[in-house]
Design a protein around this ligand. Structure first.
Ligand SMILES: O=CN(O)C[C@@H](CC1CCCC1)C(=O)N1NCCC[C@H]1C(=O)Nc1ccccn1
Ligand code: NI
Length: 183
């Protein structure tokens, strides 16, 4: 079971390292890690388990955060229509995205960042994504809202990018439409 002690924090070099393409078929070890990452999110959203093991709630978790350079992340969240999204995205790609940007008005946080970093994080409002599931199935999805934001936050981790890299240094709360995101 993944615990907070398994989650590396900023300063650890793996958070700034690009994750490598996952090879199929998955080894038992990689499959287990993928399952454990998703289980962490489920556990962290269960008040009893989160309390018992002192887990910080999360809707996404990237392999870099548990010191692995496998190119995969888990997402476990409810979308804007109340649909439960719960999967591990392996070798994820954004194949297209809206011109329009979006952002979380409260800013973003990160399980690997033990401090508040205020500011708007510009994200594509809508993304079309492709990835493989643990079973090796190719998936293609169109995401918007929180799922789109979370997918981009996690994909950034796989590229060694932290959410605050994208905050406008001069004016963290600059009007997002004018800002050119850190690409
Ligand atoms: O890389 C992965 N991480 O660092 C875990 C992050 C990922 C999210 C940050 C912004 C988009 C994806 C995470 O889930 N959090 N960040 C720190 C503590 C709070 C928690 C969070 O945002 N929770 C949440 C958000 C919306 C609705 C319900 N809960
Ligand atoms: Ni994060």
């Amino acid at each position: 079971m993944i615990l907070m002690d398994d989650i590396i924090r900023e300063g650890h070099p793996t958070l700034r390292t690009k994750a490598e393409e996952v090879k199929f078929p998955l080894t038992d070890e990689v499959r287990q890690l993928a399952e454990d990452m998703l289980q962490y999110l489920i556990n962290s959203q269960d008040p009893e388990i989160a309390d018992k093991y002192n887990l910080r709630g999360g809707i996404g978790l990237a392999a870099n955060q548990v010191n692995s350079l496998q190119r995969m992340f888990a997402l476990h969240l409810t979308d804007d229509n109340g649909e439960q999204l719960s999967f591990v995205a392996i070798n994820p790609k954004i194949v297209s995205h809206s011109v329009e940007n979006t952002y979380l008005p409260a800013g973003e946080g990160c399980l690997s960042v033990d401090r508040n970093v205020p500011g708007y994080v510009p994200r594509h409002a809508r993304v079309t994504v492709k990835f493989k599931t643990i079973d090796g199935e190719e998936k293609k999805m169109r995401l918007k809202g929180m799922p789109a934001i979370a997918f981009q936050h996690e994909l950034d981790h796989l590229n060694g990018i932290m959410f605050y890299d994208r905050i406008n240094e001069k004016n963290p709360f600059a009007d997002i439409t004018d800002s050119t995101p850190y690409e």
